[in-house]
Design a protein around this ligand. Structure first.
Ligand SMILES: *Cc1c(COP(=O)(O)O)cnc(C)c1O
Length: 369
């Protein structure tokens, strides 16, 4: 009997959501812990951003500038953008949720790829939408598989480029082919959370595409290369029609004053971000080679993290590896919920963390034993 339900019921789809599981932080009794589970930067934020945050403490009684003018101006200057088309959010997660909220009504469909970032599924289900999953090829989004699933009810296609947790990316001509295959009423969301790390000539985050189309949004974050994950800050570059929608549905003060101040300082400190990208480039290559030398399969990554596949042998699989590494203070991320039950994702860490990780895995696998 339906009248036996005695408490408020959420909208359709909400209770089918598996809550997002963040990276573990480790056990404080373990001594020094290296958190390599959430793709945070090992280098911290720019000193200028830290200083701006501290200075913001002098006026915490004031509401922030609801238009985040200083921040949008700094972002626009950094990338040569029109600041009226930039919308900021409390992390890019908020922007992804707002896009889903604004464009998906119950029963509408939205597509993401097989190993795509799980926030998309949560955002779709939260709004009564139907998640449609497109298979990947070699742990990489497949444009044809996505386009085959586009129908009259497809409101959004979410593409993380590069993708988390695989680290793989689509070249610009593939993203363009994806866009050209979409009806003008379907929104293409290019989630470029790791764009600053990518060093490939055939990659583009999506700025040019947004400038020339009415149905493409690019989202970016301050949580990764800018080292401001704790502040929750992201932004979107949008066509005018979509900026107008996001500015209607977002909270009037959705970004805090310390985040605005620190974000503006961080985006202006291009030398710091460049150094962080250099550091990552160096260690991404060294870790990839080091892991392969141990006989492990590694998905080629252009981000600040690696997907490590373990042998299908007793005692050597991902859960055992995770337990072994955790006991040595190295916290990696399980990715079962992304369709990789026998892999772990590791973020590029400090030099000390990276070396410890390689040494620990050598021990775990018994290489040379
Ligand atoms: C880390 C990450 C984000 C960033 O989320 P924030 O809410 O800005 O911290 C967005 N997309 C992907 C694919 C990510 O991995």
């Amino acid at each position: 009997m339906t009248d036996s339900i005695s408490y408020p019921q959420p909208g359709a789809g909400i209770l089918t959501i598996n809550p997002y599981v963040g990276g573990k932080s480790g056990d404080p009794d373990q001594g020094k812990v290296f958190k390599l589970s959430s793709n945070e930067t090992p280098l911290g934020p720019s000193p200028a951003a830290r200083q701006a945050f501290i200075e913001a403490a002098a006026s915490l009684e004031l509401y922030p500038d609801g238009g985040a003018y200083r921040l949008r101006e700094a972002i626009a200057r950094r990338y040569g953008l029109n600041m009226d088309r930039i919308v900021c959010g409390a992390g890019s997660d908020e922007i992804l949720s707002l896009l889903a909220q604004a464009y998906i009504s119950p029963g509408d469909e939205a597509i993401y790829s097989e190993h795509g970032f799980l926030m998309y599924k949560i955002a779709i289900l939260s709004n009564g939408g139907v998640p449609v999953v497109a298979p990947e090829t070699d742990a990489t989004a497949n444009v044809d598989a996505i386009l085959e699933r586009v129908g009259p009810h497809t409101k959004i296609v979410f593409l993380a480029n590069p993708n988390n947790p695989t680290g793989t990316y689509l070249a610009h001509d593939e993203v363009r082919r994806l866009h050209e295959g979409l009806p003008p009423t379907t929104l293409l969301v290019l989630d470029a959370a790791y764009a600053e790390y990518v060093r490939r000539n055939d990659y583009e985050a999506g700025i040019e595409m947004v400038a020339n189309a009415d149905n493409v949004v690019m989202t970016r974050t301050f949580s990764k290369i800018h080292g401001l994950a704790a502040l929750r800050l992201g932004w979107a570059y949008c066509p005018e029609n979509i900026a107008a929608v996001l500015n209607r549905v977002r909270g009037p003060f959705n970004v805090s004053a310390p985040a605005i101040a620190a974000g503006a300082a961080a985006i202006t400190d291009t030398a710091f971000a460049e150094q962080a990208a250099d550091f990552n480039d160096h260690w991404l290559a060294r870790l990839t080679k080091g892991l392969q030398a141990l006989g492990l399969e590694v998905t080629p990554s252009v981000g600040n993290f690696l997907l490590i596949h373990f042998p299908d042998a007793d005692g050597k699989r991902a859960p055992e590896a995770e337990a072994f590494l955790t006991s040595r203070g190295l916290i990696l991320r399980r990715v079962d919920n992304y369709g990789f039950p026998n892999a772990l994702r590791m973020s590029v860490g400090t030099e000390e963390a990276n070396r410890k990780l390689l040494a620990a895995l050598e021990q775990f696998l018994g290489v040379g034993a």
